[in-house]
Design a protein around this ligand. Structure first.
Ligand code: AMP
Ligand code: FE
Ligand code: FE
Ligand code: ZN
Length: 296
């Protein structure tokens, strides 16, 4: 069983359509794939149809952009009711911040004499429900300003670079409550990626476990072998489910091929059991259960 629990489609900043992503997962020899676009469920239906067609188990998820003690934390949410009012409002607020940020970045680029306008970004981000810096990067590539997304981030879009614009995201505890209220389960994505180690200590994670956190993404390209070993110990000590994934973005991110990291079957089972419990609890308040799409 090969299980990859974190991927992106064109509904956010991946480069493949949801159907092509799911087909690609099957072709890569995966048995289970989760679609976890940033802040949107827009790709879910197409992915579900494709999963039935190609015969791969699909877990519908979201990677929610959140803030915790002034730092960015990405929260993977699996199997929440996509119509839950609190969750819908949480995601809508983040998507609106994303939408507002594009013209602000474009204005900074204009000040640098780079004529990539909003229409140029829209032209490359046409399918995305959640717009992001990677789409601005794609527009810079299309305009011949940079070679790839990586160069766009290095020169213009990363914090400290001249076209960087900050964006507000959802408070972590509120997002976690929304995911649980919608009958889903939550896993902290790449907890120690990009220098976020300080905000994800044992004490921080213990607090999040009390608030309803289910798992920790340990095997991720942002973590080296020593970090993975340490994170595994933390997860064990806290009873957290350990996941692994590619964080695949199509051709938008190198070294993130489908299946490059995977989740152990027994950990996946634990995650699904927790999701079942969460859905039953939330069902009492009207949330509808979302099941995995079976691989057939
Ligand atoms: P945003 O969500 O708009 O803040 O943009 C962050 C996204 O950009 C992340 O989800 C990454 O997938 C992507 N990203 C960040 N750095 C790079 C990079 N150097 N190359 C390609 N994609 C990147
Ligand atoms: Fe991304
Ligand atoms: Fe992330
Ligand atoms: Zn991701």
């Amino acid at each position: 069983m090969r299980i990859d629990l974190h991927t992106h489609s064109r509904a956010s900043d991946g480069t493949a359509s949801p159907a092509d992503l799911v087909g690609g997962a099957r072709a890569a020899g995966l048995d289970v794939v989760a679609l976890t676009d940033h802040d949107t469920t827009a790709g879910w239906d197409e992915a579900a149809r494709a999963a039935v067609e190609v015969g791969i188990e699909l877990v519908r998820g979201i990677e929610v952009s959140t803030t915790w003690r002034g730092r960015s934390v990405h929260l993977l949410a699996y199997l929440p009711d996509p119509h839950d009012a609190d969750l819908v409002a949480t995601l809508a607020a983040v998507v609106e911040r994303r939408r507002e940020r594009v013209p602000a970045i474009v204005a900074k680029l204009a000040a640098l004499g780079i004529g990539v306008d909003e229409a140029a970004v829209a032209a490359v981000a046409g399918h995305a429900a959640a717009a992001g810096r990677p789409h601005v990067a794609d527009a810079l590539v299309a305009a011949g300003v940079v070679r790839d997304r990586n160069e766009a981030f290095d020169r213009f879009l990363s914090p400290g670079r001249p076209a960087y614009v900050h964006r507000e995201s959802a408070p972590l505890l509120g997002a976690l409550a929304a995911v649980r209220g919608a009958g889903g389960v939550a896993v902290v994505a790449h907890p120690w990626g990009r220098g976020s180690r300080e905000v994800m200590t044992y004490e921080d994670l213990a607090e999040l476990v009390s608030a309803g956190l289910t798992g920790l993404e340990v095997d991720h390209q942002d973590h080296g072998p020593a970090q993975r070993a340490e994170l595994r110990e933390l997860a064990d000590a806290l009873g957290l489910v350990v996941t692994g994934s590619s964080d695949h973005h199509g051709t938008g991110k190198v070294d993130h091929d489908l299946g490059v990291n995977t989740t152990a079957p027994e950990e996946y089972e634990r995650l699904l059991e927790a999701a079942g419990r969460s859905a039953r609890a939330a069902g009492e308040h009207g949330a509808r259960a979302v099941e995995v799409v079976p691989g057939g």
